[in-house]
Design a protein around this ligand. Sequence first.
Ligand code: ADE
Length: 225
Amino acid sequence: MRIDILTILPKLLESPFQHSILKRAIENKIAEVYLHDIREFSTNKHKNVDDYPYGGGAGMVMTCQPIASAIEHLKKERNYDEIIYLTPDGERHNQKIANQLSLKKNIMMICGHYKGIDQRIRDLFITKEISIGDYVLSGGELAAAVLADSIIRIIPGAISDETSALTDSFQDDLLSPPVYTRPEEFNGLKVPEILFSGDPIKIDNWRMEMAEKITKERRPDLLKD
Ligand code: ADE
């Protein structure tokens, strides 16, 4: 999979891809991630990328030209399965969307700033709009990092123990059961006996019961569907 991210702050997005699972996935050629500075595509002599909104009001709007030029430049090189705009008014991100996107070959992500991007870019180029939650971030960069992480980590081979991604919270609409490691007792709290039973069926059943209990308590909405 290849992910191209268009941003006015490429430096902000470097670090998330330089550590842990994402770093390894990129090193192992499971994923390629390229950051593109929208400002470099601006034909304005000051390299401006924003302007005042028509109709007035607070905040600036990201102009069409630099974003359109960047998108067109990339589209000349390859076909994109999705061109995603990260925005708080997009479809709320979830595991199902991450699973679907993890099957794609080429994805482009556009990070907005200020009051957002000119609507005509959305009308002309964007195939999917995603929000990572009902709150507003300073820009789309952190949202793009979250989206890319959720996609890359589930590409087969990204996590060494593949079943580990399959047993994540949300993969079966359940939150994860509690996990324990050494020592057997910490500050008076013991690891549940069943985990020492050596009986994989009993342990699986216990994990399922705990996952259902925790989901019922914390996210009953997940059990409704
Ligand atoms: N840009 C600003 N806030 C955002 C959010 N919640 N999700 C996606 N992109 C955003």
